[in-house]
Design a binder for this molecule. Sequence first.
Ligand code: HEC
Length: 183
Amino acid sequence: MHRGSFTVTGLGIALIVVAAASVMAGVTFATRATAETTSRTLTTPPSAAALEKVSGPIVVPGLDSAQVARGKVVYEENCAKCHGAQLEGQPNWRYPSLTTFKYPAPPHTDAGHTWQHADTELLDYIMNGAGGLSSEMVGFRGVLSGPDMAAALAFIKSNWTQGTREYQYRITLIHHIWGNTGH
Ligand code: HEC
């Protein structure tokens, strides 16, 4: 009898420990997800003045209209199903899915964060994908030719406002001088 109640108490404690552990795991995950989201959302771009200091006055090179036209076709065939026909991204793209823990596809417009990356980083993404852990972004190496991947990027850029294009061009120049920008 005494033994029996001890076992029941022991089981009760075990259940409480398991429950507490699951709650803590949930909290840890939620905290990490929030931190990740926050760091993405609150990434502070260097000020225009700071960028100007490094890259000097610049003239953003114009886009090649034939390349942009080709990129539109490449984009519609390979990218639009995730990033959206209007480059608007998937719903709730800032937050990872609570079932797959992966990030939805972000917009490629000014509203997203594609423009925060240098050309080499973007081409690396398009060629090699995100590695499959954080998202479904697949690499297109072996699927698309180099010129087609570059064309898709040119098409994405053609949707940016002039200010965004200038910002991303400076980031590209700085990346060239300093290496990874950390964005
Ligand atoms: C199966 C869905 C899917 C397809 C198809 C897809 N993407 Fe993505 N893409 C994603 C997701 C999801 C992310 C976010 C990756 C992350 O944050 O880990 C992403 C991220 C990116 C990024 C990085 C953006 C940033 O700010 O970090 C670029 C650039 C990109 N995609 C370009 C393309 C291009 C170009 C194509 C077509 C050739 C394409 N993607 C096709 C899902 C997709």
